[in-house]
Design a protein around this ligand. Structure first.
Ligand SMILES: [Zn+2]
Length: 224
């Protein structure tokens, strides 16, 4: 069988000028004549907490009310509903007479607690004197308890007043108590928008509730 003609046959590269290097220039790389592109500042990500969370244990306890309520009413408020239920289910760490302590469902760190009045009030200035005193005392107790259970090197304490200031549930005042350790803000939040949390919330709640000061963990902690 004779050899057929292939694409390589019968043509001499360059003989007709069609197979040589392109004579016409292609698109040129960016040069001084190109228009300047200005990035929108908003394109660099929103300021809100859009971290995903990487939970190292493979189960997670959720309770009702993790979603943001449809409105700011007392009827839809998870912080009003939580104390009416079971401590374990609600992740309640301690109960006082006027305030209680609960774990944050979306913690910045392990042991992230919130101290709140039972009463559905939004503003720090809405607290009466007794609530103000107990909120402060329970914040101190929460710090002591976290130190006993986790030995953090520091804390962030704070109240976000209003949605514009970052409050997730602005209608019900809550004071954050966030334990901090050296290096606890690692590459994951920066690179992967993910927080690594080494302990289940249910385990954290039990450790803190067990370490809460006083013989009765539900009693108002006393100054020491
Ligand atoms: Zn409420």
């Amino acid at each position: 069988m004779g050899r057929g003609v292939t694409a390589d046959d019968g043509a001499t590269p360059g003989a007709d000028g069609s197979t040589g290097p392109a004579a016409a220039p292609g698109p040129s790389p960016a040069g001084p004549s190109d228009p300047v592109v200005v990035d929108e500042p908003g394109a660099f990500g929103p300021p809100e907490d859009h971290y995903q969370r990487l939970w190292n244990p493979h189960r997670l306890v959720y309770i009702g009310g993790e979603a943001k309520p449809a409105d700011g009413s007392e009827q839809r408020c998870p912080f009003c509903r939580i104390p009416r239920g079971d401590d374990e289910q609600g992740l309640v760490v301690a109960r006082g007479e006027r305030c209680y302590v609960v774990l944050n469902l979306y913690p910045y760190n392990s042991g992230h607690m919130m101290v709140l009045p039972y009463r559905h009030v939004s503003d720090y200035t809405d607290l009466d004197d007794a609530e103000t005193v107990e909120l402060a005392a329970m914040t101190q107790a929460a710090m002591r308890t976290a130190r006993a259970a986790y030995a953090p090197a520091g804390f962030n304490l704070g109240v976000n007043q209003g949605e514009v200031a970052g409050a997730g549930i602005a209608a019900h005042l809550h004071q954050h108590v966030v334990p901090r350790w050296p290096g606890d803000s690692n590459f994951l939040p920066v690179v992967a928008q993910t927080k690594s949390l080494p302990e289940l919330l249910s385990d954290t709640r039990r450790r803190l509730a067990d370490a809460w000061p006083g013989p009765d963990p539900r009693a108002v902690p006393r100054h020491t």
